[in-house]
Write a protein that binds this ligand. Sequence first.
Ligand code: X2X
Length: 339
Amino acid sequence: MSVSRRALLKATAATAVTGAVFAPFVARAQQAEFSYKYANNLPDTHPMNMRAKEMAAAIKQETNGRFDLQIFPTSQLGSDTDTLSQLRSGGVEFFTLSPLILSTLVPNASVSGIGFAFPDYASVWKAMDGELGAYVRGQIAKFGLVAMDKIWDNGFRQTTSSTKPIQTPADLENFKIRVPVSPLWTSMYKAFGSAPASINFAEVYSALQTKIVDGQENPLAIIATAKLYEVQKYCSLTNHMWDGFWFLANRRAWMALPEDIRTIVAKNINAAGEKERADVAKLNASLQQDLSAKGLVFNQPDPAPFRDKLRAAGFYAEWKAKFGDEAWTVLENAVGKLS
Ligand code: X2X
């Protein structure tokens, strides 16, 4: 008895010592030195969130657990307009946002979103990884935010409706269409003679379901992952605009990181963005068949009359004047003459 009691006491003492020595180490390993929030508006199943999860794991590993990126998809932390305010105040450290919605803060950020500017993905990436992207990142930097080098893809936007296919610009007249919160989007649909309603993405499914609006426009990868096909009947491949997501950081939070960590984080975000671009392009090319099987009725209108209508309505001239010559020239250097 006494032997076993002594052994027990020894074991207890050893545990206590071990515990005392290692407990703080364990606590440090579990709690990262930097825990930053990344908010976005897309479903968990969209390539943006799948690549973000991979990227967060890679960053954690490469920083030996010092940097922990917590992902909040599906506008969990608030609508896009709310989250932009939180990003500015530092309530969230990272946010992916359309250049057009970002223009509510950084006016010229939306220059890449002019209707019918880009003919294809090749021209998009050449511009956004080149002079046009650099111009916009420079504009963003004036507002206390940092944009990572590689913009992520949203895609070419298509038009869905519960009432009718969009075949010609006349079909857009008086059409009740949801648009994201951005002056450029509202202006474009006003030029088409539509009735645009500004609604954050978090409310789009229910706005379509309750028929507050008859239609909306988004790339196929979003129509599929956000299940908009459940509440829409027609999908018209209007390809009217390319849209992306700037990966934005609050500048104070970004600069608070030691340089080695900042380098690892930026490298992984940009690499994940390039993978996400490839995923989305692949999805956007293959989803028509899937979505047809789910009941969406597709048509492919000729884009020329839509562009002519915008030109005749003075849309390009108006935005050239708003953006100014410098921004407009950078855009036209990438896509050719627009106005
Ligand atoms: O709100 C939208 O439609 C979305 C998801 O495409 C954007 O973030 C602009």
